[in-house]
Design a protein around this ligand. Structure first.
Ligand code: NI
Length: 257
Protein backbone atom coordinates (compact mmCIF):
# COMPACT_ATOMS: atom_id res chain seq x y z
CA UNK A 1 0.00 0.00 0.00
CA UNK A 2 1.22 3.50 -0.84
CA UNK A 3 1.74 5.87 2.10
CA UNK A 4 0.40 9.38 1.38
CA UNK A 5 2.58 11.62 3.53
CA UNK A 6 1.00 15.00 2.72
CA UNK A 7 -2.58 15.87 1.74
CA UNK A 8 -5.17 18.53 2.58
CA UNK A 9 -8.50 16.71 2.47
CA UNK A 10 -9.97 19.41 4.71
CA UNK A 11 -9.86 21.74 1.67
CA UNK A 12 -13.27 22.90 0.50
CA UNK A 13 -12.64 21.63 -3.04
CA UNK A 14 -13.28 18.16 -1.59
CA UNK A 15 -16.62 19.13 -0.01
CA UNK A 16 -18.72 17.56 -2.74
CA UNK A 17 -17.12 14.09 -2.79
CA UNK A 18 -14.76 13.84 0.20
CA UNK A 19 -16.39 10.75 1.67
CA UNK A 20 -16.57 8.86 -1.59
CA UNK A 21 -13.00 9.74 -2.48
CA UNK A 22 -11.51 8.77 0.89
CA UNK A 23 -13.52 5.53 0.91
CA UNK A 24 -12.12 4.64 -2.52
CA UNK A 25 -8.43 5.04 -1.62
CA UNK A 26 -7.82 1.57 -0.13
CA UNK A 27 -9.23 -0.08 -3.26
CA UNK A 28 -6.63 1.81 -5.29
CA UNK A 29 -3.71 0.75 -3.14
CA UNK A 30 -3.45 3.86 -0.98
CA UNK A 31 -2.97 2.96 2.70
CA UNK A 32 -2.21 5.55 5.35
CA UNK A 33 -2.84 9.28 4.75
CA UNK A 34 -1.33 12.17 6.72
CA UNK A 35 -3.71 15.13 6.57
CA UNK A 36 -1.62 18.23 7.15
CA UNK A 37 -2.97 21.32 8.89
CA UNK A 38 -2.16 24.66 7.25
CA UNK A 39 -4.35 26.97 9.35
CA UNK A 40 -6.10 26.74 12.72
CA UNK A 41 -9.45 25.92 11.09
CA UNK A 42 -7.68 23.41 8.82
CA UNK A 43 -6.25 21.79 11.95
CA UNK A 44 -9.72 21.54 13.48
CA UNK A 45 -11.00 19.80 10.36
CA UNK A 46 -7.95 17.58 10.30
CA UNK A 47 -8.83 16.40 13.82
CA UNK A 48 -12.33 15.50 12.59
CA UNK A 49 -10.92 13.51 9.67
CA UNK A 50 -8.61 11.55 12.01
CA UNK A 51 -11.63 10.67 14.15
CA UNK A 52 -13.71 9.64 11.17
CA UNK A 53 -11.19 7.53 9.23
CA UNK A 54 -8.95 4.89 10.82
CA UNK A 55 -6.28 5.32 8.11
CA UNK A 56 -6.04 9.12 8.43
CA UNK A 57 -3.45 10.64 10.79
CA UNK A 58 -2.90 14.34 11.31
CA UNK A 59 -0.27 17.06 11.58
CA UNK A 60 -0.95 20.26 13.52
CA UNK A 61 0.58 23.51 12.33
CA UNK A 62 0.09 26.85 10.62
CA UNK A 63 1.52 27.43 7.12
CA UNK A 64 3.87 30.45 6.86
CA UNK A 65 1.42 32.36 4.65
CA UNK A 66 -1.27 32.00 7.36
CA UNK A 67 0.85 32.94 10.37
CA UNK A 68 -0.77 36.35 10.78
CA UNK A 69 -3.63 34.46 12.49
CA UNK A 70 -1.34 33.04 15.21
CA UNK A 71 -1.16 34.32 18.78
CA UNK A 72 -0.50 32.84 22.22
CA UNK A 73 -3.99 31.40 22.43
CA UNK A 74 -3.58 29.69 19.06
CA UNK A 75 -0.22 28.25 20.12
CA UNK A 76 -1.73 26.90 23.35
CA UNK A 77 -4.53 25.26 21.38
CA UNK A 78 -2.04 23.66 18.95
CA UNK A 79 -0.01 22.36 21.88
CA UNK A 80 -3.08 20.68 23.37
CA UNK A 81 -4.01 19.00 20.09
CA UNK A 82 -0.49 17.63 19.67
CA UNK A 83 -1.12 15.35 22.65
CA UNK A 84 -3.86 13.48 20.76
CA UNK A 85 -3.04 9.94 19.79
CA UNK A 86 -3.45 10.34 16.01
CA UNK A 87 -1.43 13.55 15.74
CA UNK A 88 1.97 12.48 14.47
CA UNK A 89 3.76 15.72 13.47
CA UNK A 90 3.90 19.51 13.75
CA UNK A 91 3.26 21.06 10.33
CA UNK A 92 3.17 22.40 7.93
CA UNK A 93 5.48 25.13 9.17
CA UNK A 94 8.27 27.11 7.55
CA UNK A 95 8.93 30.10 5.32
CA UNK A 96 7.33 31.14 2.04
CA UNK A 97 8.81 34.21 0.35
CA UNK A 98 6.98 33.56 -2.92
CA UNK A 99 3.91 35.01 -1.24
CA UNK A 100 4.93 38.38 0.19
CA UNK A 101 2.48 38.33 3.11
CA UNK A 102 3.01 38.23 5.98
CA UNK A 103 6.44 39.85 6.04
CA UNK A 104 9.47 37.59 6.67
CA UNK A 105 9.90 38.75 10.28
CA UNK A 106 6.39 37.53 11.12
CA UNK A 107 6.90 34.22 9.31
CA UNK A 108 10.22 33.66 11.08
CA UNK A 109 8.77 34.38 14.51
CA UNK A 110 6.06 31.74 14.17
CA UNK A 111 8.33 29.25 12.41
CA UNK A 112 10.63 29.44 15.43
CA UNK A 113 7.74 29.10 17.88
CA UNK A 114 6.34 26.07 16.05
CA UNK A 115 9.76 24.42 15.86
CA UNK A 116 10.00 24.92 19.62
CA UNK A 117 6.53 23.43 19.98
CA UNK A 118 7.68 20.30 18.13
CA UNK A 119 10.62 19.99 20.49
CA UNK A 120 8.36 20.38 23.49
CA UNK A 121 5.76 17.80 22.38
CA UNK A 122 8.45 15.49 20.92
CA UNK A 123 7.01 15.24 17.41
CA UNK A 124 8.76 15.45 14.02
CA UNK A 125 8.15 18.51 11.80
CA UNK A 126 6.73 18.91 8.29
CA UNK A 127 8.59 21.80 6.67
CA UNK A 128 7.21 24.08 3.94
CA UNK A 129 9.92 26.18 2.26
CA UNK A 130 9.41 28.14 -0.93
CA UNK A 131 11.86 30.72 -2.31
CA UNK A 132 13.39 30.79 1.17
CA UNK A 133 16.13 28.17 0.97
CA UNK A 134 18.80 30.01 2.92
CA UNK A 135 16.68 31.37 5.78
CA UNK A 136 14.88 28.03 6.26
CA UNK A 137 18.12 26.07 6.55
CA UNK A 138 19.77 28.68 8.80
CA UNK A 139 16.85 28.67 11.22
CA UNK A 140 16.61 24.89 11.27
CA UNK A 141 20.32 24.56 11.97
CA UNK A 142 20.28 27.28 14.64
CA UNK A 143 17.27 25.71 16.38
CA UNK A 144 18.67 22.17 16.07
CA UNK A 145 15.78 20.77 14.05
CA UNK A 146 17.82 17.58 13.65
CA UNK A 147 16.81 16.77 17.23
CA UNK A 148 13.12 16.74 16.26
CA UNK A 149 13.60 15.23 12.81
CA UNK A 150 11.09 15.59 10.02
CA UNK A 151 10.47 16.01 6.32
CA UNK A 152 11.02 18.87 3.88
CA UNK A 153 7.71 18.64 2.06
CA UNK A 154 7.45 19.18 -1.69
CA UNK A 155 11.22 19.35 -1.86
CA UNK A 156 12.13 21.70 -4.71
CA UNK A 157 15.69 22.78 -4.03
CA UNK A 158 19.03 21.55 -5.35
CA UNK A 159 21.09 18.45 -4.77
CA UNK A 160 23.61 20.61 -2.88
CA UNK A 161 20.96 21.76 -0.42
CA UNK A 162 19.70 18.19 -0.10
CA UNK A 163 23.12 17.28 1.28
CA UNK A 164 22.63 19.78 4.11
CA UNK A 165 19.25 18.27 5.01
CA UNK A 166 20.66 14.76 4.81
CA UNK A 167 23.25 15.81 7.36
CA UNK A 168 20.35 16.72 9.64
CA UNK A 169 18.89 13.25 8.91
CA UNK A 170 15.76 14.78 7.36
CA UNK A 171 13.40 13.11 4.90
CA UNK A 172 12.31 14.59 1.55
CA UNK A 173 8.68 14.74 0.44
CA UNK A 174 8.52 14.11 -3.31
CA UNK A 175 5.32 15.00 -5.16
CA UNK A 176 3.85 15.69 -8.58
CA UNK A 177 6.54 18.11 -9.70
CA UNK A 178 8.88 15.13 -10.23
CA UNK A 179 6.72 14.10 -13.23
CA UNK A 180 7.10 17.47 -14.99
CA UNK A 181 9.38 17.54 -18.01
CA UNK A 182 11.13 20.75 -16.91
CA UNK A 183 11.94 19.51 -13.37
CA UNK A 184 15.61 18.93 -14.18
CA UNK A 185 17.00 20.27 -10.89
CA UNK A 186 14.56 18.20 -8.82
CA UNK A 187 15.28 15.05 -10.82
CA UNK A 188 18.99 15.52 -10.10
CA UNK A 189 18.23 15.92 -6.41
CA UNK A 190 16.03 12.81 -6.30
CA UNK A 191 18.66 10.76 -8.13
CA UNK A 192 21.09 11.85 -5.39
CA UNK A 193 18.88 11.41 -2.28
CA UNK A 194 18.91 7.82 -0.92
CA UNK A 195 15.56 6.07 -1.38
CA UNK A 196 15.60 5.47 2.39
CA UNK A 197 15.08 9.22 2.92
CA UNK A 198 12.22 9.75 0.43
CA UNK A 199 8.51 10.00 1.24
CA UNK A 200 5.77 10.06 -1.41
CA UNK A 201 3.21 12.85 -1.24
CA UNK A 202 0.66 14.63 -3.39
CA UNK A 203 -0.04 17.91 -1.49
CA UNK A 204 -3.62 17.40 -2.71
CA UNK A 205 -5.54 19.33 -3.94
CA UNK A 206 -2.47 21.10 -5.39
CA UNK A 207 0.31 20.09 -7.78
CA UNK A 208 -1.22 17.25 -9.78
CA UNK A 209 1.37 15.11 -11.56
CA UNK A 210 1.44 14.43 -15.29
CA UNK A 211 -0.79 13.31 -16.99
CA UNK A 212 -3.30 15.12 -14.76
CA UNK A 213 -1.38 18.38 -14.40
CA UNK A 214 -3.65 21.36 -13.74
CA UNK A 215 -6.56 19.27 -12.42
CA UNK A 216 -7.57 18.80 -8.78
CA UNK A 217 -5.05 16.45 -7.21
CA UNK A 218 -5.82 13.46 -4.98
CA UNK A 219 -3.90 10.54 -3.52
CA UNK A 220 -5.14 8.45 -6.46
CA UNK A 221 -2.33 10.10 -8.45
CA UNK A 222 0.42 8.70 -6.19
CA UNK A 223 1.29 5.84 -8.59
CA UNK A 224 2.52 8.39 -11.19
CA UNK A 225 4.89 9.84 -8.60
CA UNK A 226 6.08 6.40 -7.47
CA UNK A 227 6.74 5.48 -11.10
CA UNK A 228 8.79 8.64 -11.74
CA UNK A 229 10.90 8.01 -8.63
CA UNK A 230 11.36 4.34 -9.63
CA UNK A 231 12.67 5.38 -13.05
CA UNK A 232 15.18 7.81 -11.55
CA UNK A 233 16.34 5.23 -9.03
CA UNK A 234 16.43 2.31 -11.46
CA UNK A 235 14.28 0.12 -9.20
CA UNK A 236 10.75 -1.27 -9.47
CA UNK A 237 7.70 0.77 -8.59
CA UNK A 238 6.84 -1.85 -5.93
CA UNK A 239 10.18 -1.29 -4.26
CA UNK A 240 9.64 2.48 -4.15
CA UNK A 241 6.18 1.98 -2.64
CA UNK A 242 7.45 -0.46 -0.02
CA UNK A 243 10.53 1.50 1.03
CA UNK A 244 8.79 4.90 1.16
CA UNK A 245 5.99 3.37 3.26
CA UNK A 246 8.51 2.07 5.75
CA UNK A 247 10.28 5.45 5.76
CA UNK A 248 7.05 7.25 6.62
CA UNK A 249 6.11 4.74 9.33
CA UNK A 250 9.55 5.21 10.86
CA UNK A 251 9.41 9.02 10.76
CA UNK A 252 5.84 9.28 12.08
CA UNK A 253 6.39 6.38 14.50
CA UNK A 254 3.34 4.49 13.35
CA UNK A 255 4.70 1.02 14.06
CA UNK A 256 8.00 -0.74 14.43
CA UNK A 257 9.29 -0.26 10.87
NI1 NI B 1 0.75 21.25 1.91
Amino acid sequence: MIFESHAHYDDEVFDEDREELLASLAGHGIGTVINVGASLSGCEQTLRLTEQYPFVYGAMGVHPSETQELNEEGMAWLREQCAREKIVAVGEIGLDYYWKEPEPAVQKKWFERQLELAREVKLPVIIHSRDAAKDTLCMMQALHAEEMGGVVHCYSYTKELAREYLEMDFYFGIGGVITFKNAKKLKEAVAYIPLEKILLETDSPYLSPEPNRGKRNSSLNLPYIAEAVAQLKGVSCEEVVEITRRNAERLFRLRAA
